[in-house]
Design a protein around this ligand. Structure first.
Ligand SMILES: Nc1ncnc2c1ncn2[C@@H]1O[C@H](COP(=O)(O)OP(=O)(O)OP(=O)(O)O)[C@@H](O)[C@H]1O
Ligand SMILES: [Mg+2]
Length: 255
């Protein structure tokens, strides 16, 4: 059987710095797969390579056996792999619904404003139905007409996921979705992620909130200084000497 998503020998060099250094791991379909490691370990850079924002220095990203490394972001999105950002990238001035509409258009055109203005009527109706479905999935339908910038932090994060969901993804890459959330928002977001997984979407999750990681992930890969360090279920990773050492060795986030 072909592996669903395989990161193979993935490497990103910035000048003299090996941000990601021959990293290999595989992600199974339908799982929540965590990618953890201390600050600067190379997690976001790995996401940038998987999602097409960076072209790897070397190595491959294989989706169902197809090498997608080096494709443009919208080409990667068209194959079902989309990401959200570590720092919010919502269009604050647009409404919640308009943001979700941008999501429906993500796989087709890199220019997002075409998503709002440049459609014929039929496309627009189909996209709007999908956008509304995404808002409903994330409990945001009652906020469709609000300006995105006016939403609470938790709702903005949920909208970020709704935007990704609106594009019909197979895989979503979530970079620190729990940052800045209060316990209630965290609890709700964990529920949304489980719903997302249970709907058949594979989730690759970068997060420093260890309770969320341990509570959600089926499998966890830990990296440090760009390199693969360890992999296993939550229990295994929580007790893994190399993981504990990596976090205690100078990182501000301690598991
Ligand atoms: N565009 C870039 N140019 C140069 N160096 C970069 C660039 N992006 C990241 N780096 C460096 O690459 C290393 C890995 O960074 P990355 O952002 O991937 O880490 P991270 O694991 O996501 O960290 P954090 O948990 O703090 O978000 C760091 O040393 C960082 O300073
Ligand atoms: Mg990061």
């Amino acid at each position: 059987m072909t592996t669903f998503l395989e990161i193979r020998d993935l490497t990103m060099r910035f000048g003299g710095l090996m941000a990601v250094d021959h990293l290999s791991f595989t992600v199974e379909h339908g799982q929540i797969h965590g990618l953890i490691g201390p600050n600067g370990a190379g997690k976001t850079t790995t996401f940038n390579m998987i999602s097409g924002f960076y072209k790897p220095t070397s190595g491959q990203v294989l989706l169902r056996g197809e090498d997608i490394s080096g494709l443009k972001t919208h080409e990667v999105a068209r194959r079902g792999v989309v990401r959200t950002f570590q720092h919010s990238t919502l269009f604050a001035e647009l409404t919640v619904l308009e943001n979700a509409l941008v999501g429906t258009h993500m796989p087709f055109r890199p220019n997002i404003f075409a998503a709002i203005v440049g459609w014929d009527k039929e496309d627009r109706i189909g996209a709007e139905a999908r956008a509304r479905e995404a808002l409903e999935f994330f409990g945001l339908d009652h906020l469709a007409g609000e300006r995105a910038g006016d939403l609470s932090h938790g709702h903005q994060r949920a909208l970020g996921m709704a935007v990704a969901y609106a594009s019909h993804p197979d895989v979503v890459l979530l970079d620190e979705p729990f940052t800045g959330m209060n316990p209630e928002e965290t609890r709700r977001m964990m529920g949304l992620m489980r719903n997302l997984r249970d709907s058949g979407i594979t989730i690759l999750l970068v997060e420093h909130d260890m309770q969320a990681i341990m509570g959600l992930c089926d499998t966890i890969t830990c990296m440090s200084f760009g390199k693969f360090l360890a992999e296993g279920g939550p229990k295994e990773i929580r007790n893994h000497p190399a993981v504990i050492e990596a976090y205690l060795g100078g990182a501000r986030h301690v598991a």
